[in-house]
Design a protein around this ligand. Structure first.
Ligand SMILES: [Fe+2]
Length: 477
């Protein structure tokens, strides 16, 4: 009876707080085969020239956004690990020297994987850069973010579970037309582990070429998923994340992390925390200890927006991967509330879903208080595992839709988060099938820290005003 009353109250509060019940989209996408694009397709084309650099990608190189890590592969011989760069095209006043490495995966031998660190960059500046030599040299550019500042506007894209199918290509092309400046990637990159033996490495290489039209020009902030684990004892490969760790460097040391798999950066007005679902995270593990310390470094006066990336969603009402995020929820959710995380992006489930602001931190093994409740101090949880890989869509949602689920749809797409200032950001999810940028699910995200402080300041001002008025009226008497 008590339980029934509680549940009724929860539903009532949800309706009041959110104004409407959640939506399960009735959109049915036309079938499109979830098959990988053949290797001979032009999207995987090897650049012209002997030993030309390929699979070029950049990521943020430091904590504040004044450094970039450039990485690429030369297939035939090491060649140069140097990056020449400058402020105008073809005029490279600066040179940075990098290093290279390679690895084997069963019978596959990787090319030479270069990594070069460009430091001391100016904020809000377009840099041109060149890698490779002679006829094989290649030229690209990137833009540094604005200085870390509470009102710095900036647009992030969010992509997950991308793979290398025709649907992946559609997502990538849609994203590249979005105007976003940097990708927050929520894990599962190439799906190369869906292949066997030699082809695992081959599909990492093809994926690197596939995403290069974006990754060479703007930083992708990387995170791992289960498809990066690559624990494959049948071919003697048991080192977790081997291919990923060789190929996709992250600036983890800049945030005092001891692993490239979890780290954080500050970019414009955002503090972004990357968590590794498939690394130990329970109490006293390195990741747990690091996160506890990193939350202390978050300064909402400088970076109002606190964003967390993880692979497995904590709140997911799809049949696929249901409850898989429960272990991380039980460990970290209370911290997310305490530190007023604005939004948490995840992938893994091949569909789209957005929650209302809810929390379940009162639940413990003996409290008998199991339901998530509306909580205006909690993050919004968004699942964007809909990049378009060969496993296809997670088409079945649980019925009925839970009260905490605001919108869900089983389609391919990507999201953008357009931060306007310290208090407001525009969010939207874009479905690929519409052929152009159509905002299927969008809302204004109010900053949790500044929204509340703003209200507090307003009430302080009102109190002060009434105090002055009272004194003035008393002195008149
Ligand atoms: Fe996954």
């Amino acid at each position: 009876m008590l339980l029934h009353l509680f549940f009724s109250l929860f539903v009532f509060l949800t309706l009041i707080d959110n104004g409407n019940a959640g939506v399960t989209s009735s959109f049915i996408r036309s079938e499109f085969p979830a098959v990988d694009i053949p290797l001979e397709n032009e999207v995987f084309a090897v650049p012209k020239g002997y030993n030309a650099p390929q699979q070029v990608h950049i990521t943020q190189g430091d904590y504040e956004g004044k450094a970039v890590i450039v990485s690429w592969v030369t297939p035939d011989k090491p060649g140069s690990s140097e990056v020449r760069y400058g402020l105008s095209k073809g005029k490279y006043d600066f040179t940075a020297k990098g290093s290279f490495t390679n690895y084997t995966f069963y019978t596959y031998k990787s090319g030479y994987i270069h990594k070069c660190f460009l430091n001391g960059l100016q904020y809000d500046t377009k840099y041109y850069y060149e890698i490779g030599n002679g006829d094989s040299a290649r030229n690209f550019w990137f833009e540094t973010p604005p200085k870390v500042d509470p009102d710095a506007s900036y647009t992030f894209g969010i992509i997950g579970d991308l793979g290398q199918t025709y649907n992946s290509l559609s997502t990538l092309q849609h994203y590249m037309n979005s105007g976003a400046k940097s990708v927050l990637f929520v894990g599962d990159l190439s799906y190369a582990d869906r292949y066997k033996y030699h082809d695992v490495g081959v599909r990492w290489d093809s994926w690197g070429r596939f995403v290069e039209p974006s990754t060479a020009y703007q930083p992708w902030i990387w995170n791992t998923g289960n498809h990066e684990i690559e624990y494959m004892p049948y071919m003697g490969e048991v080192t977790m994340f081997k291919s990923y760790l060789y190929r996709y460097p992250t600036p983890y040391q800049a945030s005092n992390s001891t692993s490239p798999l979890w780290y954080s950066i500050r970019r414009a007005s955002a503090h972004i925390i990357v968590l590794s679902t498939y690394s130990p995270f329970v109490k006293y593990t390195p990741q747990w200890k690091w996160l506890r310390e990193e939350f202390k470094n978050v300064d909402r006066e400088k970076t109002p927006w606190l964003i967390v990336l993880m692979h497995v969603p904590i709140y997911n009402s799809n049949v696929a991967h249901f409850m898989e995020g429960e272990s991380m929820r039980s460990v970290f959710e209370a911290w997310f509330i305490e530190h007023k995380v604005d939004v948490i992006f995840a992938g893994h489930v091949h569909a789209y879903e957005r929650s209302y602001r809810i929390s379940n931190i009162h639940f413990n093994i003996s409290s008998g208080d199991p339901y998530p409740v509306p909580d205006e101090t909690a993050p919004v949880y968004i699942t964007v595992g809909d990049g378009g890989n060969k496993e296809g869509l997670a088409a079945r949602f649980r019925d009925p839709q839970p009260d905490y689920s605001a919108f869900r749809e089983s389609s391919y797409g990507h999201s953008t988060l357009e931060i306007k200032n310290r208090s407001h950001a525009f969010y939207h999810w874009n479905r690929n099938d519409d052929g152009k940028k159509v905002k299927i699910d969008s809302f204004v995200l109010h900053n949790l820290y500044w929204g509340q402080n703003h209200q507090q300041r307003k009430s302080n001002q009102n109190r002060l005003r009434s105090l002055i008025l009272n004194r003035a009226s008393t002195s008149l008497l």
